[in-house]
Design a protein around this ligand. Structure first.
Ligand SMILES: Cc1cc2nc3c(=O)[nH]c(=O)nc-3n(C[C@H](O)[C@H](O)[C@H](O)COP(=O)(O)O)c2cc1C
Length: 233
């Protein structure tokens, strides 16, 4: 199985230890490609919209974004590991990467290879609920067409320095994370879009058909839908 791992911090702290515990169960026999943020995609989306109007390869940050996107497209499992930051959401650099994937959202140019994938959202905070921060990535994954998104989140409680947490708590986090990873060892590809995904896909298709009728020249998005055989002129 191919696995892309995107870690939303460069610090070798709580997130990193949980991510390593997760991967320790999956390293054998799997092809793992790892990225760290902000290192591997340090630039904010500039809002030029060239990805929407022309192609994502024309993005001024394509040299950083495309390798991550290509790795995701070629993976069976996409793992996101990150800490919860203010305002109880994903760190800004994770959001920055998600912004760069906007052109692949269902409403624009969804990649059919995403329709069989599983995504993992692994988070921790000092004590705040993890749900909203997980939603940032989970919502993005769903709109990219990923039908299965599984989550695991922790509250560190004792502090924010891994080595200073009580050993028993650290062990508990590690055990739970390893068990979570073991449940994915015999992962089979999903059979396609989820029911909700299919519903959104049909709405997007109707929208693309409608927009196509109103123009002489298909937009980059409409042309993509035509090329995929999802709509016709
Ligand atoms: C800038 C920043 C903001 C944070 N905001 C919160 C927060 O609002 N609530 C919370 O429970 N933890 C917060 N934390 C703690 C992190 O979620 C995490 O527990 C901590 O950074 C340890 O993880 P790490 O070693 O992977 O960095 C924040 C940490 C940082 C660096």
């Amino acid at each position: 199985m191919k696995i892309t791992v995107i870690t939303g911090t460069e610090v070798k702290g709580c997130t990193w230890h949980l991510k390593e515990a997760f991967l320790s169960e999956l390293r054998k026999g799997n092809d793992i490609q790892e990225f760290y943020l902000p290192r591997d995609n340090p630039q904010f989306c500039r809002g030029c919209k060239i990805c929407f109007f022309v192609h994502e390869s024309k993005c001024p940050h394509a040299d950083k974004v495309m390798p991550i996107w290509d790795s995701m497209v070629n993976s069976d499992l996409i793992v996101w590991a990150y800490p919860v930051y203010v305002v109880l959401r994903t760190p800004g650099h994770v959001k920055t990467l998600l912004d760069h994937f906007g052109c692949h959202w269902m409403v624009h140019r969804p990649e059919p290879k995403m329709f069989t994938k599983t995504a993992i959202v692994l988070t921790q905070s000092i004590g705040a609920p993890n749900g909203s921060a997980q939603d940032d990535v989970a919502t993005s994954m769903s709109w990219l067409g990923v039908p299965r998104v599984k989550r695991l989140g922790f509250g560190m409680i004792d502090g924010v320095i891994w080595e200073e947490l009580k050993p028993k708590r650290r062990e508990k986090f590690i055990r739970k994370t390893e068990a979570f990873a073991r449940s994915l060892k015999n992962l089979k590809p999903a059979k396609g879009l989820s029911l909700k995904g299919k519903f959104f896909f049909e709405i997007c298709k109707a929208m693309q058909k409608y927009l196509l009728k109103k123009t002489d020249k298909p937009s980059a998005d409409a042309q993509y839908w035509i090329d995929q055989g999802w709509i016709s002129l």
